[in-house]
Design a protein around this ligand. Structure first.
Ligand code: AMP
Length: 279
C-alpha cells in the first residue's frame, strides 16, 4: 500500500477516497507525536484489525491550559514518520492548527461529568479539548475502528462515551499500556524527567500494584489508598490523586469488582499518570 503523508484535510480525503472506494477497512490512531513503542503497539494492533491505518499527529492546543507544556511538548515529525512506517501505518495525517481549527471555529464537544472528575479536577477543560479534537478526527477520517491506549484510561472512557452519545459509528478499541523494562509506563513526557526522577518514576507502577493487590485481598479501600499515597509521597512524588473507580463509569467504588486504580503524581516538574485493573 502506498505510504502517504497528508498535511491538510484535502490530501487526507484524497488518500482515504481510494481506500474506501476499494472497500478497505480503515483504522485511526490519534496521537500527539513524539512516538514511542506504546504508540507503535497501537498502530500494530490497528493494522491487525484493519486494511489501512491512519495515524494522526497533532499537538492539540485545545487540551493544554495556559500554564501547561504546549510550547515545550516534544515534536519530532521526521522520526515519527519512520516509527509509523515501521509499525505498518500507511497514512500519516499531520495537520496544522489552521487546518483543524480554521478562522471562526467556535464549537466545542463537552465531555460532561466524566471529563470533570479525576484528571478533569486538575486539568479543567482538558477532556473537552480531547473530545473536540477526537470527534473532528473521527468525522474527517470516518474509520471503522479507532485505537486508544489504556495508559490514558479516563481518556479512553471519555471517547467511548463521546462516540456513543454523538452516534459516531466507530468501534473504539483499548490497547494495553506498554512499559519500560522497570515498569514505568512509556510516555512522551518521560523525557522531561531528570536522571534522579527517572530512577524514582517506576515506583508509581510498583505502588499501584501493591495497592491493587491489597484491595483484591480484601483490605479496606480507604486505608489501602492512604497507604499508597503515603508510599508515593515517601518516594518523592506529590500526589494529585490515587483513586479506585468503576472501570466503565469511573464512579468511586469500595471493592475490587470491575475496578480500576488510577493515579496522577508529580516528580519535580513532571506529571505522571498511570492505572491498573483491579479484581
Ligand atoms: P499521546 O500521543 O500521548 O496523546 O498518545 C496517543 C495515544 O497513544 C493515546 O491513545 C495514548 O493512550 C496512547 N499511549 C500513550 N502511551 C502509551 C503506552 N505507554 N502504552 C500504550 N498506549 C499508549
Amino acid at each position: 500500500m502506498q505510504f502517504t503523508i497528508a498535511r491538510d484535510m484535502e490530501s487526507l480525503q484524497e488518500a482515504l477516497g481510494g481506500l474506501l472506494r476499494a472497500g478497505k477497512r480503515l483504522a485511526l490512531v490519534p496521537t500527539m507525536g513524539a512516538l514511542h513503542a506504546g504508540h507503535s503497539s497501537l498502530i500494530e494492533l490497528a493494522k491487525n484489525e484493519a486494511d489501512a491505518v491512519v495515524t494522526s499527529i497533532f499537538v492539540n492546543p485545545k487540551q493544554f491550559a495556559p500554564n501547561e507544556d504546549f510550547d515545550k511538548y516534544p515534536r519530532s515529525l521526521e522520526a515519527d514518520i519512520e516509527v509509523i512506517r515501521k509499525a505498518g501505518g500507511s497514512i500519516v495525517y499531520a495537520p496544522s492548527s489552521e487546518d483543524l481549527y480554521p478562522e471562526g471555529f467556535t464549537t466545542s464537544v463537552s465531555a460532561g461529568a466524566l471529563g470533570d472528575m479525576l484528571e478533569g479536577q486538575f486539568r479543567p477543560g482538558f477532556f473537552n479539548g480531547v473530545a473536540t479534537v477526537v470527534a473532528k478526527l473521527l468525522l474527517r477520517t470516518l474509520p471503522h475502528i479507532a485505537v486508544f491506549g489504556e495508559k490514558d484510561y479516563q481518556q479512553l472512557c471519555v471517547i467511548r462515551r463521546v462516540v456513543e452519545d454523538l452516534d459516531i459509528g466507530v468501534e473504539i478499541i483499548g490497547a494495553p499500556t506498554v512499559r519500560e523494562p522497570d515498569g514505568l509506563a512509556m510516555s512522551s513526557r518521560n523525557a522531561y524527567l531528570s536522571q534522579a526522577e527517572r530512577a524514582s518514576a517506576p515506583m508509581l507502577y510498583e505502588i499501584l500494584g501493591h495497592v491493587g493487590k491489597s484491595i483484591s485481598g480484601g483490605s479496606p479501600v480507604k486505608s489501602a489508598l492512604a497507604q499508597g499515597t503515603a508510599g508515593l509521597t515517601k518516594a518523592g512524588f506529590k500526589v494529585d490523586y490515587l483513586e479506585l473507580r468503576d472501570a466503565d463509569t469511573l464512579e468511586p467504588v469500595q471493592n475490587a469488582d470491575n475496578a480500576r486504580l488510577l493515579a496522577a503524581a508529580w516528580l519535580g516538574k513532571t506529571r505522571l499518570i498511570d492505572n491498573i485493573g483491579v479484581g
